[in-house]
Unconditional design. Structure first.
Lengths: 481, 481
């Protein structure tokens, strides 16, 4: 990271600007596209830079799912009641510790508008509900549960509603989302320059961001941003040094979600220009085990043979609780009726046996910890109850039919997908804030370059959700501040 | 925090300097005193500012215990073997996640020298070992276990040695420490100006810190620091807004450790001058329940009636694991042989009963979770074994003699003492680093204004330890860089 000092240049180092625009957007993922659209709609002359060979970024590789609610047309069409207030209650309960109300409040209040804006800009959603349990799927329904809204403890905190709004496509949902947004950018006549990497921000003596130094295939060029510069350049999961320094617990996860350009350059540019990065330890950690959801009938235990969460929780909650609180050691204990190979990734069996005692012994769990756990679980399961962790009744049945197996969910052997959630501190207008709480003049950001609506307690769609939402706001702010 | 922009002033705002010195030290706790001593010993003209009415800071209110080792004279006199390498192994295992090797390595390698330096500067240590279990005590022995070195899992990772070196005094150990250090400062003819609050750092156009704007009883004065300025102004546990923003989980704890001047001003000054603050979420959280250690024979459980740690772990480890991983919900289940009122603070009983089943029911733990936990514990306890969490055999006996009680250790009802551990990023020379990894020219820091040798996994004495150690280094660096 020692190059960071050079990520900021003084105005005096620029003899003359090679290019100029009103609003310069750095990164052409979902946040950048939305920033460009709103800046252009506000009358600004906009230029988008993308360091990769083509636009789309990590958004184009994603599941195309946006966390939206409050009573969208799709929610209504599928028969679900929702309100901004219930959405707010869920997010304030789930997205902590210390959820950022300054971002969550407007995000919920304007979510219906945002959905309609996306539709107007060509993002297709089919008004149909996917009944599965919020894992990747290959049909094209437009709505699903993408968090833990309908399971314990959140079902008691806020009225559950599915808020995962999925771009309509059977396979490449994220690519389809970006096809729409980038198509809208093209329609708006906003140029996107690819293979153009922003290597430094140029600042005035008073700290205002004036433009950027950009490495392009035609050489290094200086670009003046007359009104503002917007950083929408992804997170830092592919920067080994930053992860080790800021978010060491995330290193245990095998699967990094993103592109190699999620190397934190956007965050580092913002830091170099005087912005503050917050909650840099945070990440989304998803345990990718389901589908099939039949496996949720199993008993998830830590290395002490104890349950620690309802097994029907969202994969992000399962992953976080396992990696952050159980030191990444977990097993799913199944019986012969429950066990099935997961559809998405291979698994390893940590133990098989004719009795739970054999499983316990094979896992090295001191007796009778696992036997007690399973017996207590079964005692209530015959009544389809789970008084300890409140798993939904439809997943609760006794684990009693030999043989038994323990699926190895230790981080080194299972599929935990991870990306970073910490980043630049922004206000609700997408303005990058210094540690003082004051905006860095001329600098804006959105998406995973920022710390957004969620710290821990991720629900799917919150990154495309806050990236598009605050991307738009950053675009408007940059054009009009 | 919105005043932070004004915490930095341009050189051009200072028409002429009212005062000047080579090295200006902001804060007269242990780190500031040691910084002043080493800067003066390096030939610098030093001035110390203290915003309170007298010097000493939080250090003077502390237990006067420093985490030192590697084979100090006191360790040897008490018959304990230690080495820098074993100390390093313990700290790298305990002080994570992602322990800062750049600080821990020199801290361990030079710990014996540092101990001798403290002795030379008048800090008294009596070569006697306190056998208790590293809680506050009122005798005057000089050595004790102040962490989890001798308990699971650390006893398997590094050869245990007690490293809590306690300033000799029966009651006011911290005050005695500061009496020595401040006496040495006086002997070195370094002036300490009290009621002098540093309100802003003055920087040159290239970012170098040149001096400070200081509010004194004689009005606002500008002080030039010709060689360097050292921030040793404490942590931020008494800044409600900073804690809410950076370290929300710490809010649950009732007892804040520090003075009202631990309001983060030093950190904010450093941020305003371009430094980076790291690991701002981290804190020491101590569950103050013992002595008497007899209570460690109880069974510590979470709201699901599960054990989660060996009850003989250090109070900082018990506190952290309870607040950070168990959502602050815990109970200590005792039988009639174990139960006794703690010596230091009153407790509340969450339940009493003739059977564990009654306790379980009164706590609202679904049967048979707690009964299973206690039965499994007792099954091994008859052999004085704890295969699940490896509590030391001398604390392991069956919990079986009615009546039973559950001590309420939920954060709202028990004594958790907390202070912040995050702060400015420094190198091993006490230089404040920008996010680039490059030093901010002219700026140094130590103590709880910085992120030091420990993030989580606190052992007592690590704050006075790294404050004095890196305070000295900051003083030398500022005088000689």
């Amino acid at each position: 990271m020692s190059e960071l000092g050079r990520l900021r240049r003084d105005e005096s180092e620029i003899s003359s600007w090679d290019d100029a625009c009103d609003v310069l957007v750095v990164g052409a993922g979902c946040a950048g596209a939305c920033a460009a659209l709103e800046a252009a709609a506000s009358g600004a002359d906009v230029l988008v830079l993308e360091r990769a060979g083509g636009a789309g970024g990590t958004s184009a590789l994603s599941g195309g799912l946006l966390y939206l609610g409050g009573g969208t047309a799709i929610q209504k069409a599928c028969g679900f009641r929702d309100s901004a207030e219930e959405m707010f209650k869920y997010m304030m309960a789930a997205c902590g510790p210390g959820p950022d109300e300054a971002l969550i409040r407007p995000y919920c209040e304007h979510s219906v508008d945002h959905f309609e804006w996306l539709v107007r800009h060509g993002v297709p959603f089919r008004p149909a509900f996917f009944e599965g349990a919020h894992e990747p799927f290959t049909s094209d329904e437009g709505l699903t549960y993408s968090g833990s809204e309908h399971v314990h403890p959140f079902d008691r905190i806020a009225r559950p509603a599915p808020r995962g709004h999925i771009t309509q496509h059977r396979s490449s949902k994220g690519a389809r989302l970006m096809q729409s947004l980038l198509g809208a950018v093209e329609t708006a006549c906003v140029p996107i320059r690819t293979q153009a990497r922003c290597d430094a921000l140029v600042t005035a003596p008073d700290g205002r961001v004036l433009g950027a130094v950009v490495k392009t295939v035609d050489g290094v060029r200086s670009v003046r941003a007359r009104r503002g510069l917007i950083l929408t350049a992804g997170g830092f999961i592919f920067n080994r040094e930053m992860v080790a320094s800021y978010a060491p617990l995330l290193r245990a996860c095998k699967a990094k979600v993103g592109t190699e350009n999620d190397d934190g350059l956007g965050i580092r540019l913002g830091l170099a220009a005087g912005g503050e990065a917050i909650h840099m330890e945070a990440g989304d950690i998803s345990l990718v085990l389901f589908p099939p959801n039949q496996l949720r009938q199993g008993v998830l235990v830590n290395r002490a043979g104890q349950r620690y969460v309802n097994e029907d929780a969202y994969m992000g909650r399962l992953g976080e609780l396992t990696v952050l609180r159980q030191e990444g050691d977990a097993y799913l204990v199944c019986d012969n009726e429950i066990f099935v190979r997961p559809e998405l990734f291979p698994i390893e069996l940590a133990a098989v046996g004719e009795t739970i005692e054999e499983i316990e012994s094979a896992l090295g769990i001191p007796a009778p910890a696992l036997q007690d756990t399973v017996a207590a679980y079964n005692r209530h399961a015959v009544e389809r109850r789970d008084p300890l962790f409140h798993k939904g009744a439809h997943y609760v049945k006794p684990v009693e039919t030999a043989p038994f197996a323990a699926i190895d969910l230790r981080t080194e052997n299972a599929m935990y997908a991870v990306f970073t959630l910490g980043g630049l501190h922004i206000d609700a207008g997408g303005r990058v804030l210094a540690a003082s709480g004051e905006p860095v003049p001329g600098l804006y950001a959105a998406g995973r370059t920022t710390s957004g609506v969620v710290k821990q307690g991720y629900s799917s769609g919150m990154s495309l959700g806050d990236g598009t939402f605050f991307g738009r706001r950053a675009g408007r702010s940059a054009a009009t501040d």
